[in-house]
Design a protein around this ligand. Structure first.
Ligand code: V55
Ligand code: FE
Length: 480
């Protein structure tokens, strides 16, 4: 291949394509890994096989690469494999890219017309005994949890009518039910959204469709024991623009933000819509219901954080527009009206996670990340440009924030929480640390309750792992 990858932010620094499929048996570990940590960490990364057909592209388009770290008895083995999508296979056969703009099939090479564009590059989840690779514009791809081989598309045994499935599902820790949705459910730029529930064995129990006020990039949603919450932020799609070969998404701040809330055991017809000024969030930390009030916690931005979307929309952002604070929006279902109340919980950031057992209910502690300019200069890592360099632990009741900064030449990828079996133990956080000057990556394991003390174990990966998107921890008992 003589063609080269562009030198843009999406393809340089820790975003440089890697394209390495490999296995490393028994990684070197510094420090001591608690023996109770047994299971597999999975993560998905976009990793383009070939330079973009049009000469430029976003990080979000890359072919899905799945990686796993398997923890057993104090030892850790590594594996990384491409997901062998229809797109990956056709491009491999052609030895070049055949697909054009992000989420615009009208820009593809004629030889790719009618073929699936799905890349499955965002979130790995394990549910109903299946390892699934998710991306919001397609169905899931099932993978072998041990070898990481591609098994085939998973559409709930042909039952899922929505053409898409979100990468941000919500698992009810009590019932084992998986709640999810698909937007653009009936096709490109459509306003149809499907709300779905699968039981603990992966059987589709419900699929109900509704329409949103406009087609919005609905990256995440939230649920409580009693309610389901659908945010509609004004990152919008338009079919005429897409058909004319334009971008899929623009930021449209003249449109309001809508939040739809429905009773979980009710119907989509019971959805109540709230309305407020334009803002943006990709990820929501958690939500819970307290009597007639629903609380939704997330990191707030005043404009879309993705440079490629802002450029297409002709807008610029100041740093303060991007990290607006971690907020709680409270919706009072007993009162009429379209407004909510906002309170600030902590400093701004993204990649919010809570312990699996805390999902859908009131909770004490949240973990998230931020880029702190006092820690170091911006380093290219991830789709937004500057990678995160600090992990935060927020105690919700007191507002107390503990911080773990990286060194000035490192960034951090999304953390996962690993539960402990020890009574009263808060568990662990595990995350990749990008060593920008060394072409290698480490996984840090920290005590969640004392993250400011730094890693108790550092797992050495002698490779640069291109920045991934989301990961999940699957305990050994669940995999067995
Ligand atoms: C995101 C990631 C995506 C995508 C849309 O993090 C949004 C947000 C990795 O793919 O397609
Ligand atoms: Fe996401």
């Amino acid at each position: 291949m003589s063609n080269r990858f562009p030198e843009s932010m999406d393809f340089s620094g820790y975003n440089a394509p890697s394209r390495i499929e490999c296995e490393i048996f028994d990684l070197v570990i510094e420090g001591s890994l608690p023996a109770e940590i047994r299971g597999s960490w999975y993560q998905l990364a976009p990793d383009p096989q070939f330079p973009p057909m049009l000469g430029h592209d976003t990080y979000l388009s890359g072919d899905g690469m799945v990686r796993a770290l398997r923890f057993d008895n104090g030892h850790v083995d590594f594996r990384q494999r491409y997901i062998q999508s229809e797109r990956w296979k056709s491009e491999r056969a052609a030895r070049r890219s055949l697909y054009g703009l992000y989420r615009n099939p009208y820009t593809d090479d004629p030889s790719a017309r009618g073929k699936s564009r799905a890349v499955y590059n965002t979130t790995p989840i394990y549910h109903g005994g299946r390892l699934l690779a998710l991306k919001e514009d397609s169905h899931a791809m099932e993978l072998d949890p041990v070898t990481l081989e591609t098994r085939g598309e998973w559409d709930y045994e042909g039952r899922l009518r929505s053409q898409t499935m979100t990468a941000h599902t919500r698992l009810d820790p009590e019932t084992g039910e998986l709640l999810f949705f698909g937007y653009e459910a009936s096709g490109l730029a459509s306003r149809d959204v499907a709300f779905c529930v699968a039981d603990r064995n992966g059987k589709l129990l419900r699929e109900e469709w509704f329409q949103v006020p406009y087609c919005s990039q609905m990256h995440d949603f939230a649920a409580t024991k009693e309610h389901v919450i659908f945010p509609v932020f004004p990152t919008t799609a338009d079919l005429a623009r897409i058909k004319a070969g334009g971008v899929h998404w623009v930021w449209e701040p003249s449109k309001p933000t809508f939040i739809g809330i429905m009773p979980r055991e009710g119907r989509v017809e019971d959805m109540r819509w709230f309305r407020g000024p334009a803002c943006m969030a990709y990820h929501l930390m958690n939500a819970h219901t307290e009597g007639s009030r629903v609380h939704l916690d997330f990191g707030y931005a005043r404009v879309n954080p993705f440079p490629f979307i802002r450029e297409a929309s002709g807008i610029e952002a100041r740093p303060e527009d991007l990290a607006g604070g971690l907020v709680r929006w409270t919706f009072n279902l007993a009162k009429p009206g379209e407004q909510w109340e906002e309170s600030v919980l902590g400093p701004g950031g993204d990649m919010p996670r809570v312990a699996d057992r805390d999902m859908l209910v009131d909770y004490d502690i949240g973990y998230y990340q931020t880029f702190d300019p006092a820690v170091g200069p911006p380093l290219i890592a991830g789709p937004v440009g500057a990678g995160f360099n600090t992990i935060l632990r927020l105690e919700l009741a007191s507002g107390k924030v503990a911080r773990l900064p990286m060194d000035p030449r490192s960034t951090v990828q999304e953390h996962v929480h690993i539960a402990s079996r020890q009574p009263g133990h808060e568990g662990y956080l595990a995350f990749l640390v990008d060593r920008h000057d060394e072409h290698r990556t480490e996984m840090f394991v920290v005590e969640a309750a004392h993250l400011e003390r730094g890693p108790i174990a550092r797992i050495q990966i002698p490779l640069r792992l291109r920045v991934g998107v989301h990961g999940n921890w699957v305990p050994a008992e669940a995999l067995a």
